[in-house]
Design a protein around this ligand. Structure first.
Ligand code: PMP
Length: 407
């Protein structure tokens, strides 16, 4: 008897074909240069509007030097999970400096912003708690909530009144099984929303949370290095120090290196060290990464011209895009989406710009809603006026050709 062997994973290739048919497939472009205002992608030099390198720190000489010195002194790896043998004096120093920078009692670092969220949320919430989350929160917050046993409610994006309603109901009714009040309620929001570049209404969220005894958790991945004094983040931007219990930040975007951190109370840090799974079960940062992050904080304090340049370029770029007739959505930060609608149009526009020497990646479903496909641009402090002019010219040409703006 002969049996035809069938591939049990045949659906994998079928899914890829399906994505391609729907214009939702995005090949990786390979960068053979360092990150920066111009990069070599697939062998071609282009102006980059697609990194999160807001301050240009990925290639800053001081960070490079700090990393090299750390390699010479401490080697290339930490060798273990931090609770076993992987906590180095460098890790402790970075956390103390970050706490000082953020104005919080303590900080604990994680391997990435993603693992910070998936580490902290299930650690501090359980069956007896409630999580209340903005509808457009980042994937890592959503995954963190999925790993938690806590029930959750979602409020429409930035809708403080709807949030208040949920909090009022939760405070009045208590747990759905009638077993009494929630142990705690955690309101979770991005500080800056990563696809639209809009800022959370943090003062309203904090007031609503305070009215019902809830704690506020803000994920400042895209606010770190961008908002607040010297890039201290959204809490500093709104003057809400002491009123937001937990701030998550990333070291992978404006800070230019890699990592995430949780800033809050000493007790929070202690509990995360004992319980947060990415902290307990995954190796800590290598010395070069930690040393470069430490230097980045110094650079942010000592070179405020970088953040000033980031914002002046952002304002000019946005104004010019609007003048050309593009829809830049509700952006208030250096993340500027150019909304084109269909995913196919976004991919074609991105490809056309690439031909013109400009790299602006498309954001398509499931990262954004099906009819909200866009190019997602980020202006960085490293881009010169000439880079920006050339990029805008390419947008004008491509936009007219594809009928996105009036000719
Ligand atoms: N939170 C938000 C809001 C983000 O945009 C991102 C990155 N896209 C992360 C967390 C994850 O940060 P990291 O890249 O450091 O893992």
């Amino acid at each position: 008897m002969s049996m035809t062997r069938q591939d049990p994973l045949a659906f994998v290739a079928e899914e890829i074909e399906d994505l391609k048919a729907k214009h939702l497939y995005r090949p990786l472009r390979v960068m053979s240069s360092q990150q920066g205002p111009t990069v070599t992608l697939d062998g071609r030099e282009v102006i980059s509007l697609s990194s999160n390198d807001y301050l240009g720190l990925t290639h800053h000489p001081r960070l490079r030097q700090a990393a090299l010195e750390a390699v010479r002194e401490f080697g290339v790896g930490s060798g273990a999970v931090r609770t076993i043998a992987g906590t180095m004096s460098l890790h402790e120093a970075l956390e103390a400096e970050l706490a000082e920078f953020k104005g919080t009692a303590a900080v604990l670092t994680f391997q990435s912003g993603f693992t910070a969220n998936t580490g902290v949320i299930p650690t501090i919430t359980g069956e007896a708690d409630l999580i209340v989350s903005d509808a457009l929160n980042h994937a890592s917050i959503i995954d963190g909530m999925r790993l938690s046993k806590a029930p959750r409610k979602v409020f429409p994006h930035k809708d403080v009144e709807a949030l208040r309603e949920i909090l009022r109901g939760a405070a009045e009714d208590g747990r759905p099984d009638g077993s009494g009040p929630y142990r705690s309620i955690l309101v979770v929001t991005d500080g800056v929303f990563s696809m639209d570049g809009d800022i959370a209404p943090l003062p309203g969220i904090v007031e609503a949370a305070e009215a019902y005894g809830a704690a506020v958790f803000v994920d400042d991945a895209h606010a770190s290095g961008v908002l607040g004094r010297n890039g201290r983040g959204s809490v500093d931007h709104f003057g809400l120090h002491g009123r937001v219990a937990i701030q998550v930040g990333t070291l992978s975007k404006a800070v230019g290196v890699l990592g995430g951190y949780v800033a809050g109370s000493e007790a929070l840090r202690e509990l995360l060290i004992q319980r947060a799974r990415p902290f307990l079960f995954s190796t800590s940062h290598p010395p070069a990464v930690v040393a470069a992050c430490r230097e980045a904080i110094r650079v942010m304090e000592e070179e405020p011209q970088l953040i000033e340049r980031l914002w002046s370029s952002t304002k000019r770029f946005k104004a010019e895009l609007t003048r050309l007739g593009f829809d830049t959505g509700r952006s208030e930060t250096p993340i500027t989406p150019i909304i084109v609608g269909e995913s196919e149009a976004a991919i074609r526009f991105s490809n056309r710009l690439f031909e013109e020497g400009v790299f602006a990646t498309s954001g398509v479903y499931p990262t954004v809603a099906l009819d909200q496909a866009r190019l997602r641009t980020i202006v960085t402090a490293a881009l010169t006026d000439e880079h920006l002019d050339r990029a805008l010219e390419a947008f004008a040409v491509g936009g007219r050709e594809l009928g996105l703006v009036a000719g």
